[in-house]
Design a protein around this ligand. Structure first.
Ligand code: ZN
Ligand code: ZN
Length: 353
């Protein structure tokens, strides 16, 4: 198969030939038709996360091997089923979104279909080849989800940005529909989060970003309030926009500065859900945690059950589309550079051919 792969961290992606995998057991081989380019691909490509005063966490030390075809927002056409995958809902020719956050497949967590929490993660596009290639191997037929009636470019984004925000937003629920939910970051994740909140009936959505044009896109998508983030006074402006301290914030950036203002904007009993991988660190005033009964919770992608639920909501026509731009697969590197420069609103999806 052809792949547009990371051969060296931080260096341009290279078009290379890799062996086409042969599906064994319940595995399924698909021809990639669509692959979203996600912000987290930048971290994988750069090969490290910033852990603040603890330094950097290198992905190669965590088992990421090069060359690697990144890409974890994958839609493909089934071309070959492993012997145990027959008769389990997918056949040759079917178009499917592929659940990428797979684990060992054997432990109790994986058996419960909560593989994103497996201690031995083998995610597609991170620990094994993903969608920046002509073919991809799904590790189990149960990870394929029918997307009939949906735009495949949009459906691809549900596998990461969609399920990530769906799972994060669920961690704030239940809330009254008019209780403000604050979203920090109006990139692809933020726009998806607005769409999903509206789809589940939430009415008050406040979006925070450093860029006016991104806030305009958020308004377009249905944000009721927007706040321009800056060095000073952001928490106060959030509180003013929301009519008081807030019950829930989803921080889709999750850097030192955003974590600080997100935390400061919480009301008693409030919850900050941290999703982004921007990096840095946060200092918590410990007595405030019990006194104000606060929660700071991390949220990592979502499980296959959540992805199925999200695809169902989308099939009911409840999720408005986010802005999507299709680009040929061979432009993978150029797209990554644009994303790095912050020049993409919504999502770019690589398409085959
Ligand atoms: Zn992603
Ligand atoms: Zn496992």
């Amino acid at each position: 198969m052809r792949a547009w792969a990371v051969v060296e961290t931080g260096q341009p992606l290279q078009e290379i030939e890799l062996p086409t995998p042969e599906p064994k057991g319940a595995e399924v081989l698909l021809e990639v038709t669509h692959a979203g380019v996600c912000h987290s691909d930048l971290h994988i490509w750069e090969g490290e996360y910033d852990l603040g005063s603890r330094g950097k966490m290198r992905l190669t030390d965590r088992g990421v091997k090069l060359p690697l075809a990144m890409g974890h927002e994958i839609v493909g056409r089934v071309v070959k089923l492993g012997p145990e995958a027959e008769g389990q809902g997918s056949k040759v020719g079917d178009i499917r979104v592929v659940y990428p956050w797979v684990g060992c497949g054997k432990c109790a967590i994986c058996q419960r279909d909560e593989e994103n929490m497996c201690p031995s993660g083998r995610s597609l596009g991170v620990y094994q080849n993903g969608g920046y290639a002509t073919h991809v191997l799904a590790t189990h037929v149960k990870h394929l989800i029918d997307i009939e009636g949906l735009d495949p470019s949009l459906a691809a984004t549900y596998a990461c940005s969609g399920v990530t925000v769906y799972s994060a937003v669920n961690k704030l629920m239940p809330l009254e529909p008019d209780e403000p939910v604050v979203l920090v970051g109006a990139g692809g994740l933020g726009l998806n989060a607005i769409a999903i909140l509206k789809a589940i009936g939430h009415r008050r959505i406040c979006v925070v970003d450093v860029a006016e044009d991104k806030l305009a896109a958020a308004k377009q998508q249905g944000a009721t309030d927007t706040v321009l983030a800056s060095d000073e006074g952001t928490a106060q402006r959030i509180v003013e926009a929301c009519g008081g301290p807030v019950a829930g914030v989803v921080d889709l950036v999750n850097g030192t500065q955003t974590a600080r203002f997100a935390f400061e904007a919480l009301r008693k009993g409030g919850k900050l859900v941290q999703v982004g991988l921007f990096g840095g660190e946060m200092t918590l005033p410990l007595p405030l945690m019990p006194i104000r009964a606060l929660t700071v919770q991390g949220s990592y992608v979502g499980n296959v059950k959540e992805l199925r639920a999200l695809v169902d909501i989308a099939k009911q026509g409840k999720i408005p589309a986010i802005p999507i731009e299709n680009q040929p697969q061979r432009n993978a590197d150029a797209v990554l550079q644009r994303l790095r420069a912050g020049k993409i609103t919504g999502r770019v999806v690589l398409v085959a051919g």
